[in-house]
Design a protein around this ligand. Structure first.
Ligand code: 26Q
Length: 822
């Protein structure tokens, strides 16, 4: 049944009216941005009804809820996605057509909400979509950064960051909720008081504080009238600068609080998989965690009097260690504000909090200097000391005389607060994000904890939402899938995709599948022409690597191979070579120099290769500027080859790999992260696997690395490529521009041998896998089957499956349904 608000005449009227009341304009006079606003407010009208009904139903049923705490939510644009989940996309498109408005152009007016870096933030967004779609009560809790992930410009081949002022035109989907504001306190000192019963109380004095003000975003479930909430917090000064303080002579305090409030939520840290021990980052963490917990407890207390029941009604999932201060803050609230005893508070906390690990990269582990931590959060620090003291007693009981264990496992050690240790000790569940990753955690990184508390450890292989990454990003394929399966079930039940296997031997179907891929390549080629000015051939192989730029992800391996191919083509012009387009998209953290050099190198190679007439356009290299959720949707749809080439053991899961698979691309990858499970689903013959295994990598690492010089000296073609980094070929004669990259491959790195990411070691095996890709692609029939089989085998990788596993094994939530009539 269609929602009456989306009924064509009614919807058109609403849009017209919105343009009038918001902007005093007619449709014809309004700018595209104004039309976006007017359409979005009309959509929000419809969402609000369901939102209210959902929240009333939750109020009535009182289901157990999950609070998904995350520093990042990489949501992507809301308008198109909301229309899809309300099942109103086509109706609205038609209604707007009748008004002479192009929905796609309107969607393009929406700034991409980029409150996240990459995989971890996008995973949080997919999880919210799945939670609402499956009918589970959930809150996303995060920060309303004034500036999200920076916008990337490429100037002269270099990355230049510009601020992402995503709120400048206002956000039609958000709802400010000042009535739920909470105070959050920082710093000062703790005074101990005793009451008349001799009980101790801890009072924070001389603190600074800010007001956390929530903004709610609707999270629309697919076709089920459920609307959950993403609650992100803004900071405001508590004292009103202009009215009170000046008069009261409190001018300095007022300015300070104003600054504190402004600074806290100013900007997302653009580090991905890298820890920076900045005080402001810790302030951000405590700020949103404290506000979210206060709100959660207040909500619980509206219905319940006994806090011992808290774990039956709420569960808190910590997205990596970033919100781990939650365990101590929950203890603080229970002890100091609710006057509970330690043992009771601890039991409640350890039944409520759970932790997801997203990385084994040592440089990403959060370890806060005790000095900084205890000054900023004095009471929370005292509580962590007590947690640590009791934990050490436990370790000593279990491993008498083994002080080495204590040293390895302690929360407070070497002048640091080790957040992962705190999360594991206080959490009731610890999970990794792909099978291999969880095994590595258990056997290596977190081995001591696993041995002491094996029952906490479990795996939850990541997933992605097919609503955004197929329905919205690739409507042609989505419609084709529905037609071939004869049902839309796959939209909420992705394993149904396996039904496509019956078309594997149907030539007509294969042709249709490939012509949809072709259309999507044409669409991307147009985008590339518009944004990069580069002409690419949609009949060439689109070989794509899009993800954050990081050494372990090995974009350098990819571009070195492009340099190698270029040499081959130049040297053997007679050899047949299937035309290829290598597409990159990646942001480098602003301070990550080597990552930025790799971006420059890719652009330099692109310049040389794309402008060399002698190779007849056989090879093209494109660096897509400002890779983000909105252009990602188009890129996945257009890819033939999915580059997933991290050093084995380093990529916890990867989720881009799943988005490519869903859209009918073949994986070219190492046996790392979720690639292992992708190959398991699609079969080894339908993927291109190369390189060292994670065991081999770990083994080398434990023995100080490997000798990259030996490979360099014994493989002349590879040597030539590496030397081209410093012979000026790609630097207009400058031999120093890429010296550091060259050194990284051949010179010892600190205490390690050279090439810590095994690029030269894996090069030959990568080049061979690339040859197999080319051979497979030439055989049109074989290729079509292979990529259709990829789409047909992607069922496991829906975030719906992942969320159901979290619910069954960790969260134990109650399922909710909302009736049709509203
Ligand atoms: C930590 C401290 C201070 C500043 C920043 C950070 C920080 C920020 C972001 C540390 C790590 C991240 C992001 C990590 C991340 O995105 N990890 C990815 O998570 C995905 C979802 O599970 C996996 O698929 C990827 O394999 C993993 O790299």
């Amino acid at each position: 049944m269609i929602n009456p608000r989306f009924e064509k005449q009614a919807f058109k009227k609403e849009v017209k009216n919105n343009v009038k009341t918001l902007f005093r304009k007619t449709i014809e006079e309004a700018t595209p941005q104004q039309l976006f606003q007017a359409v979005s407010y009309a959509v929000k009208e419809a969402i609000i009804d369901d939102w209210i009904a959902t929240q009333e139903q939750y109020e009535k049923d009182d289901p157990k809820m999950v609070y998904y705490m995350s520093m990042e939510f990489l949501m992507g644009r809301a308008l198109g996605n909301n229309l899809i989940n309300m099942t109103a996309y086509k109706e609205v498109k038609e209604a707007l057509d009748e008004l002479g408005i192009d929905l796609n152009a309107i969607e393009d007016q929406e700034p991409d909400p980029a409150l996240g870096n990459g995989g971890l933030g996008r995973l949080a967004a997919c999880f919210l979509d799945s939670l609402a779609t499956l009918g589970y009560a959930a809150y996303g809790c995060g920060i309303r950064y004034r500036y999200g992930m920076f916008k990337q410009k490429i100037e002269d081949g270099y990355q230049v960051e510009t601020p992402d002022n995503w709120l400048k035109d206002g956000n039609p989907f958000e709802l400010k909720r000042p009535e739920y504001a909470k105070e959050v306190r920082f710093g000062g000192n703790i005074r101990v008081e005793y009451d008349e019963h001799g009980k101790t109380h801890f009072v924070q004095e001389n603190y600074e504080s800010v007001l956390a003000v929530p903004y709610d975003y609707p999270i629309v479930g697919y076709n089920n009238h459920i609307v959950n909430t993403l609650r992100i917090w803004d900071a405001e000064p508590i004292v009103d600068f202009q009215l009170d303080s000046f008069d009261r002579g409190d001018y300095h305090k007022a300015v300070e609080q104003q600054n504190l409030a402004k600074n806290i939520v100013e900007v997302l840290y653009p580090n991905d998989n890298h820890y920076a021990g900045k005080e402001l980052r810790l302030k951000q963490q405590y700020f949103f965690v404290s506000a979210s917990l206060q709100a959660a407890i207040a909500k619980f207390k509206k219905k319940h009097t006994d806090l011992h029941e808290l774990p039956e009604k709420i569960t808190i999932q910590m997205n990596d260690t970033h919100p781990t201060v939650a365990v101590a803050e929950l203890m603080r609230i229970l002890l100091d504000e609710e006057n509970m005893e330690w043992n009771d508070a601890w039991e409640i906390t350890t039944k409520t909090c759970a932790y997801t690990n997203h990385t084994i990269m040592a440089e990403a582990l959060e370890k806060w200097p005790i000095d900084l931590f205890s000054k900023l959060l004095p009471r929370v620090y005292q509580i962590i000391q007590e947690i640590d003291r009791r934990f050490v007693i436990q370790v000593r009981e279990m491993y008498p005389g083994n002080e080495e264990k204590v040293a390895k496992m302690q929360i407070l050690r070497d002048g640091q607060v080790k957040m992962a240790h705190l999360a594991i000790v206080a959490g009731y569940s610890v999970n990794g994000v792909a099978r291999l990753h969880t095994e590595i955690l258990k056997k290596q990184e977190l081995r001591d904890f696993y041995e002491m508390m094996p029952e906490k450890f479990n795996n939850k292989t990541n997933g992605i939402t097919q609503r955004r990454f197929l329905m919205h990003g690739n409507p042609l394929l989505a419609d084709w899938v529905t037609e071939k399966l004869g049902t839309k079930d796959w939209i909420t039940d992705l394993p149904k995709m396996s039904g496509l296997k019956k078309w594997l031997d149907d030539e007509e179907a294969l042709k249709e599948f490939m012509s949809i891929k072709y259309e999507n390549k044409v669409r991307l080629a147009k985008y590339i022409k518009e944004h990069n000015g580069i002409e690419v051939d949609p009949t060439s192989i689109f070989d794509v690597q899009v993800k954050r730029l990081h050494e372990y992800k090995r974009q350098l391996l990819n571009i070195l191979h492009v340099m190698y191919l270029y040499n081959q083509i130049k040297e053997h012009p007679e050899k047949s070579f299937y035309p290829r387009t290598f597409i990159f998209g990646a942001k480098a953290s602003a301070g990550y120099i080597r990552a930025k050099q790799i971006i420059k190198l890719i652009n330099s190679v692109a310049d040389v290769v794309n402008n060399d007439r002698s190779i007849n356009g056989k090879l093209k290299v494109v660096f897509i500027e400002d890779y983000r959720v909105s252009n990602a949707e188009w890129i996945f749809a257009a890819a033939d080859v999915s580059e997933q080439i991290s050093t084995a053991s380093k990529e916890a899961s990867g989720t881009g790999n799943m988005k490519f698979m869903l859209n009918g691309a073949a994986t070219l990858g190492t046996m790392d992260g979720a690639n292992v499970e992708i190959v398991e689903e699609v079969g080894a013959d339908n993927a291109f696997i190369f390189g060292l295994s994670s065991d081999e990598v770990i083994n080398y690492e434990q023995n100080g690395g490997y000798d990259s010089r030996q490979i360099y000296n014994s493989d002349p073609e590879l040597k030539r490529v590496v030397d081209q980094l410093v012979d000026g070929t790609y630097a207009q004669g400058d031999t120093e521009m890429y010296r550091d990259l060259y050194n990284s491959l051949l010179m010892p790195q600190g205490n390690n041998q050279a090439d810590v990411y095994f690029i030269l070691k894996d090069f030959r095996s990568y080049a061979e896998a690339q040859e197999k890709v080319e051979a497979a692609y030439r055989d049109k029939d074989r290729w079509a089957k292979m990529v259709l089989l990829n789409t047909a085998s992607c069922g496991k990788f829906s975030s719906d499956r992942t969320i159901q596993e979290y619910v069954d094994d960790i969260w134990k939530l109650d399922k909710e349904t909302i009736s049709e009539e509203i």
